[in-house]
Design a protein around this ligand. Structure first.
Ligand code: GLN
Length: 202
């Protein structure tokens, strides 16, 4: 089962994608909700707000402890910021992933955009990407691999136990990244069915 951190930010769309893959999922609001999970998604939203709520609830320490006990993590956008060990112009929160990350690196909300990219490790066809006040990842530490490098930054990275994306796969029709994370968590999914959308329409 995969959990969705449900303190603030975009939860429903992630749940919908997991549901479409036939993966059991649960909202995580308190420590007990982490019991029995193989993976936890930390969604996009507002990283300062999410970080504060994690500290107030004590979930920050619980998530770090569960991660060290095997819980896989995926952070999208604000979630990626919370996972990073080095935050340009900010304070690290969970500090589990050996990368630097710069908040709001593309400008304001008005500078949000959609694009398409090949991410060979994740899918054999182009994947739609949605950037919303996205950060940029850089300075990958030993053990961190880039899944998608663009210009001067990394848009998707992973180590053996953490996935981080600066964009929002849950806001696109593609299930590819959710399937990829499920596999990382040891959960098998039905074979890829990307029917219903076409790269030329995105
Ligand atoms: N810019 C936001 C932050 O710094 C993240 C935006 C997002 O998650 N879409 O928290």
């Amino acid at each position: 089962m995969i959990g969705l951190l449900d303190l603030q930010g975009g939860v429903v769309e992630h749940l919908d994608h997991l549901d479409r893959l036939g993966i059991a999922a649960r909202r995580v609001k308190k420590a007990a909700d982490l019991d029995g999970l193989s993976g936890l998604i930390i969604p996009g939203g507002e990283s300062t707000c999410l970080g504060r709520l994690l500290r107030i609830t004590g979930l920050d320490r619980t998530i770090v402890a569960r991660h060290h006990a095997g819980l896989k993590l995926w952070g999208t956008c604000a979630g990626a910021i919370l996972l990073a060990q080095r935050v340009v112009g900010g304070e690290p929160c969970l500090a589990l992933l050996d990368v630097a990350i710069q908040r709001n690196a593309f400008g304001s909300q008005m500078d949000s955009f959609n694009t398409l990219a090949m991410v060979p490790a994740v899918a054999s066809t182009p994947i739609p990407l949605t950037y919303i006040r996205a950060p940029k990842i850089s300075d990958l530490g030993a053990g961190v691999r880039s899944l998608l490098a663009v210009d001067d930054y990394h848009a998707a990275v992973e180590d053996d136990v953490i996935l981080a994306t600066v964009f929002h796969p849950e806001l696109t029709p593609s299930l590819a990244f959710h399937r990829y994370f499920a596999h990382k968590c040891g959960i098998l999914t039905a074979d890829g069915d990307e029917a219903g959308w076409h790269p030329e329409d995105w």
